[in-house]
Design a protein around this ligand. Structure first.
Ligand SMILES: C[S@@+](CC[C@H](N)C(=O)[O-])C[C@H]1O[C@@H](n2cnc3c(N)ncnc32)[C@H](O)[C@@H]1O
Length: 287
């Protein structure tokens, strides 16, 4: 029984980091005049109403996108444009996004905005309600496909893509604790089948030991060129919910580390409430 619904969490500090990394990678892919495939293993509903009962119950977006001002982040103009595209009133550059935003786009809808005419997208979602919402929120075509099913299996069924270029976003809810292991085994298998793909894996820090284990699995896997970016709002405290979250990126664009090194200290400053926020940016395995 799936109970996780991303509508409670859309636009929170974890989404901000995840979608910034996503936009940076897609931007890099679209700079080359060669088509690519975007594969989203855990797509979610695609678009989230921030005045919904779910979003208001947690108010999580207020501590994420709600705190950012466009004017402070000129380097994030593409990310902000992706959000503006789904709001009748564009964000005011000098005001924080809190209170100004009606909708926050999820990863598949953000991706669709950047895809060019011949790029392809494979969007997997297991939850029946979110699958139906995603089907409404995405313009489907022969090149953009929404599938209801397990994204781990879905990934294996579409690689290697004909284009031989792909960006794979893996963003499970980790509601089932075996997801931590599954993420690693699936990516290791996928990498054997398609070693040149760019894989971005999101992780939450609820229990740091699990993440240390996940990190070690990747470091010892034999896979090369792995970077990690993390943004935390408070120190690790087991059992009190998510305090931090990160992205592990295999075969990152060569531009990503520099960009994130400049951005993460600024994001920490903007999102910090208790003077406890921190970031990590490191190479887990060199090229
Ligand atoms: C964290 S949310 C995804 C958010 C989305 N990627 C975004 O950034 O907007 C995780 C989603 O995975 C879905 N899900 C859970 N298990 C899945 C599976 N095995 N395969 C595909 N989707 C799954 C959940 O229903 C949920 O919508």
């Amino acid at each position: 029984m799936l109970s996780y619904r991303h509508s409670f969490h859309a636009g929170n500090f974890a989404d901000v980091l995840k979608h910034i990394v996503q936009v940076e990678i897609i931007d890099y892919f679209t700079q080359k005049d060669k088509v690519f495939d975007y594969i989203d293993t855990h797509s979610g509903a695609g678009l989230f109403n921030l005045s919904s009962e779910h979003a208001n119950k947690t108010g999580e977006y207020l501590n994420g996108i709600g705190k950012l001002k466009q004017a402070d982040f000129p380097e994030l103009s593409r990310y902000f444009a992706a959000i503006d595209a789904h709001n009748v009133k564009p964000l005011t550059p000098n005001a924080s996004a809190a209170g100004n935003l009606e909708y926050y786009p999820g990863s598949p809808v953000i991706a669709q905005q950047f895809l060019r005419h011949d790029d392809k997208a494979w969007l997997f979602e297991l939850h029946p309600t979110d699958f139906d919402l995603l089907s409404e929120n995405i313009r489907q075509s022969r090149r953009v496909r929404v599938k209801q099913g397990d994204g781990f299996q879905g990934l294996m069924s579409v690689i290697p893509p004909v284009s031989r270029r792909a960006f794979v976003l893996i963003d499970p809810p980790y509601e089932i604790k075996t997801d931590y292991q599954k993420v690693f085994t699936t990516v290791a298998k996928a990498h054997k089948k398609f070693a040149s793909g760019t894989y971005a894996i999101w992780y939450p820090v609820v229990d740091r030991h699990r993440i240390d284990k996940l990190e070690k699995s990747f470091i010892n896997s034999g896979i090369r060129d792995i970077q990690r970016f993390e943004l935390g709002l408070s120190a690790d405290t087991e059992g009190r919910g998510m305090t931090s979250s990160g992205m592990i990126v295999i075969n990152p664009p060569w531009t990503l580390m520099k960009k994130m090194n400049e951005l993460l200290p600024k994001l920490v400053k903007a999102l910090d409430e208790n003077k406890a926020a921190f970031y990590k940016s490191d190479i887990l395995v060199a090229e």
